[in-house]
Design a protein around this ligand. Structure first.
Ligand code: ADP
Length: 334
């Protein structure tokens, strides 16, 4: 539904041109939560503003549901823009308006009449769990509550996509969890496609289906999160999987996805191949709702290779460790 091809954007600064987006290619599937993760200055806000049609790229194509947004006439452009909600980075509420007043603002701007407006705002206050704060002013709300209101304001025009630019920045754990729950509900209950930028891999681990890693304005990695965890070279995998908190050597590091694999595969391999499998490090985490484990295994027995092959066939991602005699053999072969 969002397709980005060779998108480029630079800014002039006193020290010369800054390339904020450098030949970006990106796909966001309809109905997913996509995360764009990168450090400060990597181009996340610029990308969010360009995709929200608030800023024009220098070159490249941005298609929304197949339509090239650069080729639209003024009226279609405005219609396309209305289909993309933006939650800007930072505190973006009007301090002189109540929570409900902030959420209603985009509807007032398009001239929607009172009763319909109130119904929509009421529905969104309910979605973000702040019905009792309708008449409260921003300075009486927590930062997390304010951010939830900013999300409601971005959703009130019923966009098909909402872009949330670093929405958990500066929030404590409770505030951040509340914001992520609201984004998840927007997708689940309203069917909105969500694109969230963040510098925090935890955000990606908790809610993203798909992820793109941004570095110096370039996408250096992208894909489905549960597939990327299989890739030992993946930066995303390293940041979302449990660390192997041991320097103890092992025979293999394995990644297991899903409750059934984690619970059953290792014991079954043990009994089937007559080997002893000891977990020397690692642990289990959750990626979205899916449990995912990374373990360092020490294996004793004769049929280690057969057991690891069997695990691989059953969907475990296995990386052999090069230690002991095998490492010496590999080193001398190199
Ligand atoms: P992020 O959101 O990841 O922190 P930004 O998109 O804000 O990254 O910035 C990417 C790069 O573009 C940075 O080097 C930043 O200084 C520069 N930049 C962003 N917006 C502007 C602007 N309006 N004028 C000049 N430089 C900008």
């Amino acid at each position: 539904m969002i397709t980005v091809e060779n998108l480029t954007k630079s800014f002039r600064s006193t020290t010369g041109a800054v390339v904020a987006l450098d030949d970006i290619n990106l796909d966001v599937r309809a109905g997913v939560i996509a995360g764009v993760v990168g450090p400060s200055g990597s181009g996340k806000s610029t990308l969010a503003r360009v995709l929200a049609l608030r800023e024009r790229p220098d070159s490249g194509v941005f298609r929304l549901d197949g339509l090239n947004t650069a080729a639209l006439d003024q009226r279609s452009f405005r219609a396309a823009r209305a289909r993309i909600g933006l939650v800007p980075a930072g505190d973006s509420l009007l301090p002189q308006r109540t929570a409900a007043g902030n959420i209603a603002l985009p509807l007032e701007q398009v001239g929607m009449e009172g009763p319909r407006r109130r119904e929509r705002v009421g529905k969104l206050l309910d979605l973000i769990g702040l019905t009792d704060k309708a008449a409260t002013y921003p300075d009486q709300l927590t930062a997390g509550q304010r951010q939830r209101i900013a999300i409601a304001r971005a959703l009130v025009g019923e966009p098909t996509v909402v872009l949330a630019d670093d929405p958990t920045s500066g929030l404590d754990a409770t505030g951040a969890a509340g914001v992520l729950a609201v984004l998840d509900r927007a997708r689940g209950e309203l069917g909105t496609t969500v694109l969230v930028t963040t510098s925090d891999a935890t955000v990606v681990r908790k809610i993203a289906d798909d992820v793109a890693v941004l570095e110096d304005g370039r996408v250096i990695e992208q894909g489905r999160l549960l597939e990327l965890v299989a890739n030992q070279d993946s930066q995303v995998a390293r940041s979302v999987l449990p660390a192997i908190e041991t320097t103890a050597p092992g025979d293999a590091d394995v990644v297991l996805v899903g409750f059934a694999s984690i619970g059953a595969l290792l014991p079954e391999a043990g009994s089937r191949f007559g080997i002893d499998i000891a977990v020397a490090g690692g642990g289990v985490t959750k990626i979205g709702e899916t449990p995912v484990a990374r373990f360092r295994l020490g294996i004793t027995g004769d049929r280690v290779d057969a057991a690891l092959g069997w695990l691989t066939e059953r969907g475990a991602y296995v990386q052999r460790a090069l230690t002991g005699p095998r490492a010496v053999a590999a080193a001398s072969a190199a």
